[in-house]
Structure formats: C-alpha cells, structure tokens
Design a protein around this ligand. Structure first.
Ligand SMILES: NC(=O)C1=CN([C@@H]2O[C@H](COP(=O)(O)OP(=O)(O)OC[C@H]3O[C@@H](n4cnc5c(N)ncnc54)[C@H](OP(=O)(O)O)[C@@H]3O)[C@@H](O)[C@H]2O)C=CC1
Ligand SMILES: CC(=O)N[C@@H](CCC(=O)OP(=O)(O)O)C(=O)O
Length: 352
C-alpha cells in the first residue's frame, strides 16, 4: 500500500485528491495537511467526507511528513514547495507538486511571470513535467519530483499537440482562447470570485500576461522543436468546474497548395491519441463540452478546418480539478509506482 501525504488537502485541488484517492486500491492517505484547520476533523472542512474520512488535519511540515509516507502531493500556492524542498526530503520521498514551482525550466522566466523569487532552482532540471500522455517515458519508479501541469495548460497543450508535433500548423499564429470555472481560482476568498461578481457574468483576465502563457509556449516549443509565441486569453465563467479551450492557427498547405483534409488531420490526432485512455477525440462535427467530462479524467478534443480562412479551429474540454489537477496527479503517482496508469481514475463523467 502506498502511503500518501497531501499538503494543501483542504484546498479545492487537495479535496479532489482526497475524493479520488479514497477509491484507489493501492494508496492510503495518512496525512491531511492544512494550514488553517490543524486538529479539525477533515470532514468538518468538507462535509461530503462525513463518515468517509475520520482523520484530523495536520500541519504542513514537509520534513516530518517525508519520513512517514511514500509520496507527497503538494496542492499549495506557488512558491510553497520551492521554499522548503531539500535534497534530504527528496532522498526520502517522491513528490508530485500541483503548483507551478518546477514546471518552467528557465528560472528567469518563472520569476518574471510569477513575480516571486525561486528558492530552490537546483531541482528544476530534475523535475519531470507530468503531462503523462506526452512524457510517460520520463515518469518512472526512479523519478523523484513531478511538476504536475496546470489546468489551462493541460487542456491547451493536449488540444494542439499533434498538430504542432507533426508541423501541420504555423505555431506562431496560434491563439488560445480559454474559459474556466471558478474552482480554478481556488477556495480562498477573493473579491473577483464572489457570487455577485461571477454569476451572470463573463470576463477575460490576465490578458497578454497570464502565467500559463510561458508554460504552454515551452511545452509546445519542445513538441515542434522551435520557438513558440502565442496569444493566450483566459476567461472566468459562472460555472463550478470545467475548462474549454478554443485554439486557432493557420494550417500549412500541402505542396499542391491545398489544405489538409479532415481525414488527414484526423489521422494525425489518431496517431497520438487513439490509444490514450484519457484523451477522447470526438466524432466529426461534435464539439467538446465541459459537461461531458465533468468529474472525470478525460480531455475531449476535436477540430474543424475552416476552408474559408485556411485556419484550423481546435477545441478541448476537461475538468480543471481532475485532468487539470488531481486526476493527472494520481495518473503521475501511478506511473511513479509502476501501477496501471488508470488505477483509481475510472471516473465516469457525471451529468447533469
Ligand atoms: N484549482 C484548480 O483548478 C487548480 C489548481 N492548481 C494548483 O494547485 C495548487 C492549489 O490550488 P487550489 O486547491 O485551487 O487552492 P486553494 O486555495 O483552494 O487551496 C490551497 C491549499 O493550500 C493551503 N495553503 C494556503 N496557503 C498556504 C501556505 N502559505 N502554506 C501552506 N499551505 C497553504 C491551504 O490550506 P488551508 O485551507 O488550511 O488554508 C489549502 O489547503 C495551486 O498551486 C494551484 O495553482 C493546479 C491546477 C488546477
Ligand atoms: C479561474 C482561475 O483563476 N484559474 C487560475 C489557474 C488555475 C491554477 O490553479 O493554476 P495552475 O494550473 O497554474 O496551478 C488562474 O487563472 O490563475
């Protein structure tokens, strides 16, 4: 049995980790870490856990926790793990970090976009970017530190990846227009996320400055083996969960000047995703919707070729708390311990 500790178990992403791991047959949560609810019963924070979890919340002492468990999930704010991680801790335990601390390889880029100093850049090189469908081979029983990708980034990257990897689009024309439910902003009280601010409203934010931009650019850059510069515009929508990314790019024409056909593009998507359990490329004409992936680890993807403009419109939908956070983190844990990748993640989307 894998002994699991969660730091930030009382946040939205941490709460989703608890929900998923309670049904994982090879894992047991032994540490529900919190900062604000120490010594409270976990179910008193999240009453959906009444009679399911009797444990009390413990502190966020990473050093102590490392001695007691096999894997730690850090579902904590940016900078938390980077400020505490040491070689001693990493020599004792595997860590899956849900924050962005080790996602971006260039420290200066991280510090510029996040506006904080990175306190342990010595571990960045070692960290594996845990986008399982793309980096599966690098996430092994020898891996000590996984940087779990962001919610917008998982959706944005997987949606465009086959086209970038196969050089089918002009990457520098790529525009990612994404919408997120408010759970993406976490449980902490913030005025822009109050009911009256969010309900019956939609707004763009972080325009031309959102911190997920360099993460998407870096990963698509690896895929295309080129420098990628994109426009990424996130929007907040009045839903609890879900991310929808609509992505636009100019298709490269074939030598005879014509655009690739639907069948040719579909073959490219199938090449990468036909055998991926958690990526569903939909039938022709069907557009991904957040409601069809809610509560599950799926990302639904599809595309339309616009003959008139010469652009492809790619669409992806996922649940920000599952494939965009906790589900993907458990997928990574499964790889780290040599378990079937889908263990604990056979979550059927809920509806309505
Ligand atoms: N929400 C989402 O959809 C996604 C979130 N993420 C990432 O996951 C991480 C957690 O996000 P989310 O769950 O939304 O955030 P929440 O605000 O909901 O939860 C944050 C958690 O971290 C704890 N915490 C807060 N401040 C500190 C601190 N200074 N030191 C230690 N622990 C602290 C909180 O403890 P307490 O409750 O006791 O105060 C809480 O358990 C972030 O890095 C986020 O970027 C990644 C992908 C998607
Ligand atoms: C709706 C909302 O506010 N979403 C968050 C992103 C989600 C998140 O938690 O960020 P990471 O994926 O990088 O960990 C934001 O825009 O900052």
């Amino acid at each position: 049995m894998i002994r699991v500790g969660i730091i930030g178990a009382t946040g939205y992403a941490g709460g989703e980790l608890v929900r998923i791991l309670l049904n994982h047959k090879d894992a047991k949560i032994v540490w529900y870490g919190s900062r604000s609810y120490i010594d409270k019963k976990y179910y008193q924070v999240y009453q959906n856990m009444f009679q399911l979890v009797e444990d009390i919340c413990k502190d966020d002492n990473l050093e102590e926790l490392a001695k007691q468990v096999d894997v730690i999930f850090t579902a904590t704010p940016q900078g938390f793990l980077a400020g505490l991680l040491t070689e001693e801790i990493l020599s004792q335990v595997k860590i899956v970090d849900l924050s962005a601390d080790y996602r971006i390889k260039d420290v200066a880029t991280y510090e510029k976009w996040y506006g904080i100093e990175h306190k342990s850049p010595q571990f960045i090189e070692e960290a594996v970017y845990g986008l399982c469908e793309i980096n599966r081979d690098k996430i092994t029983e020898k891996t000590r530190l996984v940087a779990n990708p962001g919610c917008y980034t998982t959706c944005s990257i997987l949606t465009a990846y086959p086209m970038v990897k196969e050089g089918m689009i002009d990457v520098n024309t790529l525009i990612v227009d994404a919408k997120s439910g408010t759970s993406g902003a976490g449980r902490g009280a913030k005025v822009p996320n109050l009911f009256c601010e969010v309900n019956e409203n939609m707004k763009a934010y972080g325009v031309a400055s959102h911190r997920h931009t360099p993460e998407i650019e870096e990963q698509l850059g690896y895929a295309g083996n080129c420098q990628v510069t994109i426009n990424f515009t996130p929007h907040l929508v009045p839903m609890n969960r879900g991310i929808l990314a609509t992505e636009y790019a100019t298709l490269k024409r074939k030598p005879d000047g014509t655009l690739p056909t639907y069948e040719e593009v579909k073959a490219v998507y199938d090449k990468y995703y036909a055998n991926e359990k958690f990526v569903r490329v939909l039938d022709k004409g069907s557009c991904p919707e957040t409601k069809w992936v809610e509560g599950s680890n799926y990302v639904d993807i599809n595309f339309v070729i616009d003959e008139r403009t010469g652009r492809i419109i790619m669409m992806g939908a996922l649940d920000n708390l599952v494939k965009g956070a906790a589900g993907q983190a458990v997928q990574n844990m499964n790889l780290l311990f040599g378990l079937p990748e889908s263990e604990g993640l056979e979550l059927v989307p809920c509806f309505p």
